[in-house]
Ligand binder design. Structure first.
Ligand SMILES: C[S@@+](CC[C@H](N)C(=O)[O-])C[C@H]1O[C@@H](n2cnc3c(N)ncnc32)[C@H](O)[C@@H]1O
Length: 356
């Protein structure tokens, strides 16, 4: 965020996010460039309410035409904690009816999880916070991948792991269990200077007051600094033919496709000399299959042993970024890696970053 011009004193870290003040143009720019957040919410109101009539009064006092298009029926997601109004369904319904009445929309429309707009409502000890989602589909959906393979990695996590591993424009990336290609695509965006939000649309594009001109200007500015290397710098492979079809499909119409060399091969047969003829060492990114985890699962132990032996014998001096289910798995791998806890769509995992 500081790269985007925000200053540290204006950024307030809080549980699960950062609070900041921004103009609409800064929200657009942050949406275009930030790689790891889930979404940007715009705070609309904070108030106390202990009864439905008080809640309705507060909702009516807000000018919803400023915040929502008049033809939309927002999805309202309520979480209530230690509050007199604790029934989240009833709170959502009351808020929605009140907003729709003000917007002049016939009541009785059903809230739709696929609605263009989502209003997040949090009630905590009777204190309500209303926040409008400006993002739409979460940021990790880059609008690039259409084909998924089992257990895809979130783009935000792949991107964070590349950053932790110090991945730079001069680095080669080997992504030898590429699946649908998440590491490779994030690396290609990074190598070409393509912002992660470049290929997708956002909820803010349909909000009142949205400036198409400003948005196009920001995208043009980003396009001007893109750079397309002429030869592959990213080497993606997988043992599974379905994964190879998926990654090819995911990048087929993209100009960065020529950066990614794709091969259908088993990781244990790869040697970096086949890839980097000048002996240049780079980064190897791994998201191995988790498998069904059983206590004393010897197959899993053997797999980690084979992985360690392969990495030590053929990739000495390369940097490694690997994601595994738990710190214990990282211990079993027995390589000197810095461990980063990760929360992956409700599941805890751990990333190990270091030099082999
Ligand atoms: C958890 S998935 C990777 C998902 C990927 N990061 C994504 O976002 O789509 C693990 C992948 O490792 C591949 N794999 C497993 N063992 C392999 C091996 N020995 N060599 C190459 N690929 C392997 C599987 O086919 C699968 O695609």
């Amino acid at each position: 965020m500081t790269d985007l011009g925000f200053s540290v004193p204006d950024l307030t870290p809080m549980a699960g996010g950062i609070e900041f003040n921004a103009r609409p143009e800064q929200i657009m720019n942050a949406s275009l460039h930030l790689k790891t957040p889930l979404r940007i919410l715009m705070r609309l109101a904070r108030f106390k309410a202990t009864s439905f009539s008080a809640l309705e009064k507060k909702i009516t006092a807000l000018d919803w035409k400023l915040h929502l298009p008049v033809n939309g029926c927002p999805d309202i997601r309520v979480t209530a904690k230690k509050s007199r109004l604790y029934h989240s369904g009833a709170v959502a319904q009351r808020i929605q009816t009140t907003i729709l009445k003000q917007l002049g929309i016939r009541t009785g429309l059903k809230a739709d999880r696929n609605a263009d707009h989502t209003l997040f409502v949090r009630a905590d000890h009777d204190a309500f916070t209303l926040s409008l989602d400006t993002t739409g589909a979460p940021f990790f959906k880059r609008g690039i991948k259409t084909e998924l393979t089992p257990a895809p990695l979130r783009e935000s996590i792949a991107s964070a792991m590349l950053t932790w591993a110090g991945f730079s424009k001069d680095d080669i990336l080997i992504d030898p269990m590429c699946g649908s290609g998440t590491f490779s695509i994030e690396a290609a965006l990074s190598h070409t200077g393509t912002p992660p939000g470049y290929y997708r649309s956002f909820a803010f594009e349909t909000l009142p007051g949205f400036s198409q001109k400003t948005w196009q200007h920001l995208k043009r500015q980003a396009a001007e600094t893109r750079f397309l290397p002429s030869h592959p710098t990213i080497f993606a492979s997988d043992a599974d033919a379905g994964a190879i079809t998926a990654i090819k499909e995911n990048i087929k119409n993209r100009d960065f496709a020529r950066l990614i060399d794709i091969r259908h091969t088993d990781f244990f047969t790869i040697h970096p000399d086949q890839i980097s003829s000048r002996g240049k060492k780079g980064l190897i990114a791994l998201n191995p299959p988790y498998g069904k985890r059983l206590k004393h699962d010897t197959r899993q132990r053997d797999f980690y042993r084979d992985l360690r032996n392969k990495l030590r014998s053929d990739f000495k001096g390369w940097r490694l970024a690997i994601i595994l289910p738990a710190p214990d798995d990282l211990k079993q791998l027995d390589l000197k890696l810095k461990s980063h806890p990760i929360f992956h769509g409700g599941v805890e995992a751990v990333a190990g970053i270091g030099v082999i």
